[in-house]
Design a protein around this ligand. Structure first.
Ligand SMILES: [Zn+2]
Length: 873
């Protein structure tokens, strides 16, 4: 990664590939300002293993950020794909490119070429001519196209209301609108017509006319959705219901305008900011940091040809947990686990242990065949097709765990198609109910489970949790009264709002905090399901609001869960959210948002009445005032929205392992979280469903992030602090929480420093291979990089650099690098000034010096060719 700096410092006109720049927003800014183009080679990158899935190519981030992009094909003949158009096909299909983008890419290729200015002018003219021809020819083809068996339909319009003065842009959602590509679209508002705009085959927009001078207020029209007038030039249709508002409201109409402004701002977006958090280390932290980096390096050396963060989790999970760096990270005080689904936190083995050890074991049953095979539940009298687990040798804990976890059932498909997220969801979907709410809602198990949730946090050195759970946690007990026989003995005892469950949870937290003074707390986010219809979600929003008001210390807000690509969009539920705004009430939102691989322009939704790309949720979560967003994978493709997240301090809940297991990140080294972190967006970590995924331990997320994102100790510290800073704790709770965390962190630093300084580093002989630069100005102050190996022996030692007979203090950077600063004194030997002195290094405070000696030269005037380019930390 050092090259990303050096190419710029060496004044490169263009850089090839440039995949690493996305991890350095500051350097992206430099590329943009200096007009340094990136040569992007989509197919080569995929074939050589730098981009697993074209939808994740950083080129789209560069393009939207304003960095000049040009396309290339690298070695098409040797790769064997031969045609450059393959690169264009993949880019066009997966990056969300429009025609203007294609035109821009083609034009850029000439603009950032090595042609002289006069040659460029000739080239532009030639290209413009071909482009114009292409447009004319393609237009002809498009307009001749016969769309057979295609009848356009309208399903929904949004908004359904607008100002009397007109000018409201109405989205008309439907299908088969492509028949209108070459036609004029007319929108009828009563008897008044306006011209519509084709957006997509699922969407048209109509501008409402000005009715302020008219006496008629149009309320409703016929429901006739589409009417073919027989006129080949006009496609006419009736908008089904459109109301004019006499008074402005803060409902949908105002919202659409805000939405439009957000979009148009994006087009004028020019970024000025990048930033990072504090990166300083105290002397003790410096030792711990050096030690962590050393362990990271050891782990990297051990695994570099089969690097766990780049591989499916199943292959390495056991191995990861045994590593030295993992064991150390497990002890790191992590603050909060900020994205969790309550019913899927505790390891399945632990849950079975608890059940097997309690009287509940007598009532545990498992479904023996499909559908819902392996589902477990408690009954007095089981329904047909369920077998008693107790004393049944078929159903051992191991077998049950295997069939209740994602790791247990995942097969080679996940290895071969690591980004097939749709398939991953189909596989994991049924597992959510195997050992799920049926088990946890048994009132005799609810508290045991809750206690295990908190204990699992302590085991990972996590002090705080925010977990999502449905609004339907109705508890039951098994009751022998005959009136419950028809429900297999289940006697539901909780009210519709699940308040008994909340009370039990509160009780367990209180008790747990008493016995674990370092534990900070737990909060609940009420969730509904994206697949739900409007009424269903609307009710849940109201439920969440009521619980939020009644249990302010426990319930912190609302979320929508399940597969985002298949569910309804946030826009679809707007009415439910605007009801709350209109009543002047508040309900904090923590939406799952941007958990998608797809580009902006592909309609992922399967719902006729909601043909909206998943990526639209990125805007809506922000506009609805979300406090945090879950996953947020898609934001990296929208630098402008990244800027908004940063400015509005909207935290992104990042779930590294979940993202990999569900196919949103094929390789942890490409996780967009590092871009967010370096850009200054608040990032917090979560583990989503560790129990049901089967990896159980949150430290696995920290391990992969630490190993593959280039994180320092200051970054780890920042992530932990962020988790509390961006939590739902009140300001006074936050102060107390951060105090608790600080104490744990300081303990961690002292203890780890102890381990680092007592490390024996056996069979380790430090060696120096090269110093750079080998010369510096007589006034001193040149940073000399000393490259070698096994410098880790100096982590807790004083490093001395000797220039002739003058010594300076060296700085440990890495186990293969030390930095020495040249002294500012002229060197004299026998009274004669010399320009060349021997240079050596001591790693034990000057007692012994490493055997290899170099010559360092003093220059009377600085040379231009060698600069201290500031690599290292
Ligand atoms: Zn989630």
């Amino acid at each position: 990664m050092g090259n990303v700096y050096d190419a710029i410092l060496l004044g490169a006109k263009r850089v090839g590939h440039g995949l690493g720049y996305v991890k350095h927003p500051y350097l992206m800014e430099v590329l943009k300002k200096k007009n340094i183009a990136i040569e992007v080679n989509p197919v080569s990158n995929k074939m050589l293993g730098y981009v697993a899935d074209q939808r994740h190519h950083p080129a789209i981030t560069y393009l939207r950020y304003g960095i000049p992009i040009v396309l290339g094909s690298d070695d098409p003949a040797t790769f064997g794909y031969d045609e450059f158009t393959v690169d264009w096909y993949e880019a066009f299909m997966s990056w969300g490119l429009n025609l203007a983008d294609l035109r821009h890419l083609a034009f850029n290729s000439l603009r950032y070429s090595s042609l002289s200015s006069s040659e460029k002018n000739v080239a532009y003219n030639k290209w413009t001519l071909s482009y114009d021809n292409f447009i004319l020819n393609t237009k002809t083809v498009a307009c001749k196209q016969i769309f057979q068996n295609t009848s356009p339909q309208i399903f929904r319009i949004f908004p359904q209301e607008g100002d009397l003065k007109g000018g409201t842009k109405i989205q008309v959602f439907g299908r088969n609108f492509h028949v209108a590509i070459c036609k004029k679209i007319v929108c009828n508002f009563g008897d008044i017509k306006t011209i519509g705009t084709f957006v997509y085959s699922h969407r048209i927009t109509c501008n409402s006319p000005d009715l302020s001078h008219s006496m008629t207020i149009i309320r409703a029209f016929s429901h006739g959705v589409y009417r073919d007038t027989g006129d080949p030039l006009y496609l006419r249709f009736l908008v089904n219901i459109f109301s004019y508002l006499i008074h402005g409201t803060i409902g949908q109409f105002g919202y659409t305008n805000r939405r439009r402004r957000k979009r148009s701002k994006e087009q004028h977006y020019a970024t000025q900011h990048y930033a990072t958090h504090a990166s300083d280390h105290t002397p003790n932290e410096q030792i711990v940091y050096s030690y962590l980096e050393f362990l990271k390096w050891e782990e990297f050396n051990r695994t570099r040809d089969d690097f766990p963060p780049a591989r499916p989790i199943k292959l390495h999970i056991a191995d990861i947990k045994q590593s030295k760096i993992y064991k150390l990270l497990k002890r790191f005080p992590k603050g909060g686990n900020m994205h969790l689904h309550h019913n899927h936190v505790v390891s399945k083995l632990k849950m079975l242990d608890l059940i097997f050890a309690s009287p509940l074991y007598d009532n545990l049953y498992v479904k023996t065949g499909p559908p819902k095979q392996w589902n477990m539940d408690f009954f007095l009298n089981p329904p047909a097709g369920w077998a008693k687990v107790k004393e049944n040798s078929t159903y051992t804990k191991d077998i049950l765990v295997q069939h209740s976890t994602f790791l247990g059932i995942i097969d080679d498909k996940a290895i071969n198609d690591p980004t097939d997220s749709g398939l991953r969801w189909k596989e994991i979907g049924p597992l959510f109910s195997v050992i799920g709410s049926h088990i946890i809602n048994n009132a005799n198990f609810t508290k045991l489970y809750m206690d295990a949730v908190l204990q699992a946090a302590i085991d990972e050195n996590v002090q705080y949790l925010e977990a999502k759970s449905s609004a339907y946690n109705k508890l039951y007990v098994l009751d022998r009264d005959t009136k419950y026989a028809s429900k297999n003995g289940k006697h539901f005892i909780d009210n519709d709002y699940g308040e008994l469950e909340l009370k039990m949870v509160e009780e367990v937290i209180k008790k747990f905090k008493g016995s674990h003074p370092n534990f900070i707390g737990y909060k609940r986010i009420v969730n509904s399901y994206r697949g739900g219809k409007i009424n269903y979600v609307g009710q849940d929003v109201q439920k969440a609001l009521r619980l939020y008001e009644k249990y302010p210390n426990l319930v912190s807000g609302f979320d929508l869960v399940s597969e985002e690509d298949r569910g309804y969009s946030l826009l679809f539920f707007l009415e439910d959210f605007s009801k709350i705004t209109v009543q002047n009430l508040t309900l904090p939102y923590f939406f799952h948002d941007g958990e998608t691989n797809w580009p902006d322009d592909l309609m992922t939704s399967l719902h006729d009445d909601d043909p909206v790309p998943t990526m639209d949720n990125l805007y809506d979560a922000i506009l609805l005032g979300a406090k945090r967003v879950g996953h947020g994978i898609g934001y990296v493709k929208h630098p402008y929205l990244m800027e908004v997240l940063k400015k509005n301090k909207i935290a992104v809940e990042v779930n590294p392992i979940s993202n990999k297991m569900l196919g949103y990140v094929a390789d942890q080294r490409h996780h967009p979280a590092i871009t967010y972190l370096r850009y200054g967006i608040p990032v917090i970590l979560g583990s989503d469903d560790p129990g049901t995924f089967g990896y159980d331990e949150f430290t696995v997320d920290w391990y992969e992030a630490f190993m593959s994102w280039g994180l320092t100790l200051a970054d780890l510290r920042h992530l932990a602090l962020n988790s509390l800073q961006y939590s739902s704790l009140s300001s006074s709770e936050k102060i107390a929480a951060i105090q608790k965390w600080n104490k744990l962190y300081n303990d961690f630093i002292i203890n780890t420093k102890g381990s680092a300084c007592s490390e024996s580093f056996q069979n380790t002989v430090p060696q120096v291979f090269r110093i750079f630069p080998q010369e510096g100005h007589v006034t001193g102050g040149t940073n000399i990089q000393v490259f070698g190996r096994n410098f880790q022996v100096a982590i807790c030692q004083k490093i001395i650099c000797r220039f002739g007979n003058i010594i300076t203090k060296g700085r440990y950077v890495y186990n293969n690098r030390i930095v020495c600063k040249s002294p500012n004194q002229p060197q004299t030997t026998n009274g004669v000034t010399t320009n060349h002195v021997p240079f050596s290094v001591s790693l034990d405070g000057g007692h012994t010096f490493l055997s290899k000696t170099f010559t360092f030269s003093y220059l009377q005037r600085p040379r231009v060719s060698i600069t201290d380019h500031g690599i290292g930390k």
